[in-house]
Design a protein around this ligand. Structure first.
Ligand SMILES: Nc1ncnc2c1ncn2[C@@H]1O[C@H](COP(=O)(O)OP(=O)(O)OP(=O)(O)O)[C@@H](O)[C@H]1O
Ligand SMILES: [Mg+2]
Length: 349
């Protein structure tokens, strides 16, 4: 019988705060983001992961080879916009290998000493998942290099002439890093990951499948056309699909006698959230309107747009721009952001 080995870290209290601080450090998403819901709906096995076929196939090969050689999995870096399944994949890898998985995140590791308990607690072949790894401070990053290459930590004791370095050998284990900004990773850190996987936005059909499966998990009924309607407006992101599904379920519970998510109910629910046919939210439209009305359509610098919108630049860069770029509604040029003709069209349409 497979033992549940996923645990959250060396000291439960300490790591609970680690996980919390990572959530708090993330840019504020829309009000319907609910990380507890993530846990409930997250597929736990690789076989249940919908979409991302190429990534999953490559991970399966890595897993098979690892199992045959009984070695630790090579270090893996997962990158891609928020809500596409980086955490899901990292946890699924641990589950597939039936090994422990410790979880921490870049902002929670302020100094090398914060990382040390995770390293000494890592059992052989286990996984250490570092979320938001682009936010590791430089000192921790340098500390991690020998860990990743030789499973060794170098600890400096004392100062000046009396300083001594102690080398400590660690059990071989795997670091899985996740980042929404692979560009912010330094080259030495990036290169120490043997495998790098980039997650792409999901196809509508895959999202509709996720909605249908999760409707069953949430014990609610949804017809195929409504699942597709939710998928279409989820901006290629499963987390958005989950959030919209949960909202549609609440809406149906209140507005429909049997609590069914019919097409009409789904449309009304989505309209109430002000999510348009392409999945743009009020924040996305406000971003486009700001560039058009305040900056004459652009080019406008990210910082200037962020100031005008009174919104952190990180949120715009991670959560708003990737989707607008994908829709072809904006261009990112060296001189700043520009709203394209189709972006203008969508705004006026
Ligand atoms: N391939 C998938 N199949 C089914 N559900 C998925 C898939 N990917 C993600 N999800 C759902 O979307 C939710 C968000 O995914 P996850 O937390 O893994 O994203 P993430 O990339 O780690 O995001 P962040 O960058 O914000 O940490 C999961 O809880 C899960 O329910
Ligand atoms: Mg995550």
């Amino acid at each position: 019988m497979a033992r549940e080995k996923i645990f959250t870290g060396p000291a439960d209290g300490a790591v609970a705060s680690t996980v919390r601080s990572s959530a708090a450090g993330a840019p504020a998403a829309n009000a319907f983001d609910d990380r507890a819901l993530d846990e409930e709906l997250r597929p736990s096995r690789l076989a249940d992961v919908v979409g991302q076929r190429k990534v999953v196939e490559r991970l399966e090969i890595m897993l098979a080879a690892t199992r045959m050689r009984t070695e630790p999995l090579s270090h893996i870096l997962l990158d891609g916009p928020p809500g596409l399944g980086k955490t899901t994949l990292a946890l699924a890898l641990a589950k597939e290998l039936d090994v422990e998985c410790q979880i921490t995140s870049g902002p929670a590791l302020a100094a090398p000493k914060d990382l040390l308990p995770y390293l000494t607690n890592a059992s052989g072949n286990s996984i250490l998942f570092i979320d938001e790894i682009h936010r590791l401070p430089a000192a921790v990053e340098e500390f991690i290099y020998p860990v990743m290459e030789d499973f060794r930590v170098d600890i400096v004791l004392g100062e000046g002439l009396n300083a001594r370095t102690i080398n400590m050998k660690l059990k071989p284990f795997t670091i899985v890093g996740a980042t929404t900004r692979s560009g912010m990773l330094t080259a030495p850190l990036r290169d120490r990951f043997t495998f790098r996987e980039h997650l792409e936005f999901y196809e509508e059909a895959d999202l509709a499948e996720i909605v249908r499966r999760n409707a069953i998990k949430l014990r609610t009924k949804i017809d195929d056309s409504s699942a597709l309607e939710i998928a279409r407006r989820s901006r290629g992101t499963p987390r958005k699909s989950n959030n919209l599904l949960r909202w549609a379920r609440d809406f149906a519970t209140v507005k429909q006698k049997e609590g069914l998510i019919t097409n009409e109910i789904a449309r009304q629910a989505l309209a109430m959230l002000e999510i348009d046919v392409l999945g743009l939210e009020e924040q996305d439209r406000k971003y486009l309107r700001t560039i058009v009305n305040v900056f004459g359509g652009g080019p406008a610098g990210l910082a200037a747009i962020a100031h005008t919108m009174n919104c952190p630049p990180d949120t715009l860069e991670d959560e708003v721009e990737p989707f607008l770029l994908r829709c072809g509604f904006i261009q990112r040029t060296p001189r700043g952001r520009i709203v394209t003709a189709s972006g203008l069209n969508h705004l006026s349409g």
